[in-house]
Design a protein around this ligand. Structure first.
Ligand SMILES: [Zn+2]
Length: 218
């Protein structure tokens, strides 16, 4: 499994990019910086996009992709849980969001509602949405190519025991958006601090006997 980290920041500048990852060149997680991080030939290989939640820094490039992927017959599947799909549809898929795109041109993005905990196949991978804890409804995605697995929590706070029961990935992508001095704030808004993440990893180990990415007790 090939992983490219496109953006891990929640504020954009010349040197920082909003949330986004690319798996095996074809499956994107989040669209915070997807369009601006890839060349055209790389963008044309993307088959599907998994959106974690409605926050702007995770969906921002959806309109840009609508313009950039207008190859005839091209379809890119976009997945999100109901809240995310509803918000993306309302913000980006309703007129007049597409002013400037020639009338009659079939848009390349197809929005799908993903059912939590229901695996589905897309872009050659098995994907399972697992709900996480954030200030708005949010999901992480467990992605498997049949040999290796990756779980991306995206924005989340603590108390993920139900997630860890369902996911023992080879690779874990998660966050520490705030420092330990802001742990109360982190729990209010659904983010991790280093200490909160350490507590979560202790829960993971108590369930699986090892940390993510290690197959034996450590
Ligand atoms: Zn968020």
């Amino acid at each position: 499994m090939k992983l490219r980290i496109l953006g891990i920041n929640n504020m954009e500048s010349r040197d920082t990019r909003l949330s986004g990852y690319l798996v095996d060149d074809v499956l994107a997680l989040d669209a915070g910086s997807l369009a601006r991080s890839l060349r055209f030939d790389e963008l044309r290989r993307v088959e599907a996009i998994l959106l974690s939640h409605r926050h702007y820094d995770h969906i921002r490039d959806i309109p840009a992709l609508r313009y950039s992927l207008r190859d005839p017959g091209r379809i890119v599947d976009v997945f999100g849980i109901k809240d995310t799909a509803d918000q993306v549809r309302a913000r980006f898929f309703a007129p007049p969001a597409w002013d400037g795109v020639a009338e009659g041109v079939e848009g390349p993005l197809r929005l799908h509602e993903a059912e939590p905990y229901e695996p589905f196949q897309v872009a050659g991978h098995t994907v399972t949405p697992l709900l996480v804890r954030h200030s708005v409804p949010a999901t992480g995605y467990l992605v498997s190519d049949g040999r290796a697995s990756l779980f991306c929590t995206d924005d989340t706070g603590r108390s993920l025991e139900e997630v860890w029961k369902r996911a023992a990935p080879d690779v874990l992508l998660t966050e520490v958006a705030l420092g330990d001095a802001m742990w109360e704030r982190a729990q209010e808004v659904g983010h991790m601090t280093p200490s909160l993440l350490a507590e979560e990893m202790a829960v993971f180990k108590s369930i699986h006997g090892h940390f993510p990415a290690s197959s034996s007790p450590t």
